[in-house]
Every structure is written in C-alpha cells, then in structure tokens.
Design a protein around this ligand. Structure first.
Ligand code: PHE
Ligand code: FE
Length: 295
C-alpha cells in the first residue's frame, strides 16, 4: 500500500481503543493480521460448544424476524443457510460475489476507521472471527461474528444497499480528510446499525444492531418510549446516539433507494454547516418533525 508505517498506525489504533474502552483492550488476536487487518478464518478452531452457541443465538433471533425484519433481510438470511453453526466466510463470499460483487474478509475485531472505509470502498465487508461467550448471549459490547455476520451480511445481497455501502466507504475516506468523521459515524449508526424502514405492512427493521439483538428488535417497533422520525441525512448527522442502552430515536427510511439518494450528494458543505451547529441530544424532536409512533 502506501508509505504509512503500519506499526506506528497500529500502536495509535490500540491506544485510542484503550482510551475508548476505559483502559480495556480488544479481545481479538491481532498478531496474525496483515496490513489491512485481515486474518484467516480458521474453521477448525471453532469448538462444538461454539457452534452450539451459534445455533442457539441463530434460533432465538430467527424466530423474532417475521413481522419485524424487512423482507429482503429474511429472504437473504434464509438463502445463506447459516443456521447450523458459525458459517464459513469463504463459502458465503462466493455466493455474495455472484449476487452483488461483495466479499467478506475475516478480521480479529474492530479495525481502524481508515481500514474499515478502505474495505467498504473495495466492496469487502470485514467480519469478526470470534464468537461471544455464553454469558454474553443477550448483550455484547464489541461486535462479534454473530453481530457482524447475522446482522450485516444478508443486506449485502441487496444491490442498492451494496452500492450504498461502497459509497459510504468512499465517503468515509473523504470525511477523514474533511473532519466529518463524527457526522458520518452518526449516519451509519442510525441507518446501517439501527435503521427502520417503511413497508406496506408497517415499520420493519433493517439495522444490524437491532437485528442481532434479542430485546431491541421488539422494543424498537412496539415500545412507546422511543421516537420514530422520518429519515433526513443532515438531521441524523448532527444527532448524538446511545451506545449503552436502547436507542431513544429511530430514523425511518421509505426504502433503500431513499437512503442511497439522500446520501449521494457531496457532503462537503454539510460538514461545513454542521461545524457551526449544535449537536442534538438523542431524544430530540425538532419543530415540524412528527413522531411516527409504534408500528
Ligand atoms: N455522498 C457522501 C459524500 O460526498 C458520501 C456518502 C455516500 C456517505 C453514501 C454516506 C453514504 O461525502
Ligand atoms: Fe455492526
């Protein structure tokens, strides 16, 4: 790649993460990662207990999908045939590449922002190799293979989402140069991780953070407490989010084309505008905005 010193960059990355996680470290094994943080997925290393835990996670979650997840998620997930154990990324990659030109790459866990964006911009989706522990069945802080694979991979089979995520990766590299990273991260959070979508039958979930969660998938659709607001890219980019509780606001897209179209314009002037604007708390309802209510 370029003239970057990988070791120095990695040190920086781990330092930032240690700060972010209150002195904690990432649990993945980064020692065998290449410069793009890619590792081999060692299928033989998963134990029978881990495959059994995957099956339990999958079963619990699959049961919750009908009437809650959007159709394309349910259909693509079924076609993945991943219910029986931690899936083989290579096998999925082949099907995915045929469908939308994307591949999965195995990573030890979180990767630096720039690396993440570079992967997406090249139509590669990084998937964490390790699986949570049994006591983390309901909640996990760092994304694991269940979140990354179950939550994110099905929608990569949708051509519009696939194109959108590549554009997001390119936009991320640009945001790094323009000081727009925080704004762009909020967009990702409120769409790809926690987004809701309209359907003829009512609200549905497409965000991976919800789709891989046993509790929030019901909460986000039926609990009266959180707000549900029509998606607007610039509004989302100035809105703070919760990382240690259910969301206080969900943003609702009409369809994936809207998500693609509203994020297609050049964000440079938006980043400039937002620098002078206050951020909005996670539970804000702006004048003129309607709470769309429960599904
Ligand atoms: N259009 C954005 C820009 O100019 C890039 C982007 C595309 C961001 C898709 C998010 C999603 O920076
Ligand atoms: Fe995620």
């Amino acid at each position: 790649m370029e003239a970057h010193d990988t070791t120095v960059e990695q040190d920086e990355f781990f330092k930032t993460l240690a700060e972010k996680s209150d002195g904690g470290t990432l649990r993945g094994d980064y020692s065998k990662a290449d410069a793009q943080y890619v590792v081999q997925q060692d299928m033989a290393a998963y134990t029978p207990e881990q495959h059994a835990l995957w099956r339990r996670l999958y079963e619990r979650q699959a049961r919750l999908l009908p009437g809650r997840a959007c159709d394309v998620f349910i259909e693509s997930l079924a076609a993945l045939d991943a219910s029986q154990g931690v899936p083989d990324f290579e096998r999925t990659s082949e099907a995915l590449f045929k469908a939308t030109g994307w591949r999965l790459v195995a990573v030890p866990g979180l990767v630096p922002d720039e690396t993440f964006f570079e992967h997406l911009a090249s139509r590669r989706f990084p998937v964490t190799v390790w699986l949570r522990e049994p006591h983390e069945f309901d909640y996990i802080v760092e994304p694991d293979v269940f979140h990354d694979f179950f939550g994110h991979v099905p929608l990569l089979f949708n051509p519009i989402v696939a194109d959108h995520l590549q554009q997001y990766g390119l936009g991320g590299l640009k945001a790094l140069k323009l000081g727009g990273l925080k704004n762009l991260a909020r967009l990702y959070w409120y769409t790809i991780e926690f987004g809701l979508i309209q359907s003829p039958q009512g609200l549905r979930v497409y965000g991976a953070g919800i789709l891989s969660s046993g509790g929030e998938i019901e909460y986000c659709l039926t609990n009266p407490a959180p707000k549900r607001v029509a998606f607007n890219a610039e509004r989302v980019m100035r809105t703070l989010y919760k990382i240690d509780s259910y969301q206080e606001t969900y943003f609702v897209i009409r369809d994936f084309q809207q998500l693609f179209d509203e994020t297609a314009p050049d964000f440079t002037p938006i980043y400039e505008r937002l620098k002078d604007l206050e951020t909005l708390p996670a539970d804000t309802l702006l004048p003129g905005e309607a709470d769309l209510g429960v599904a």
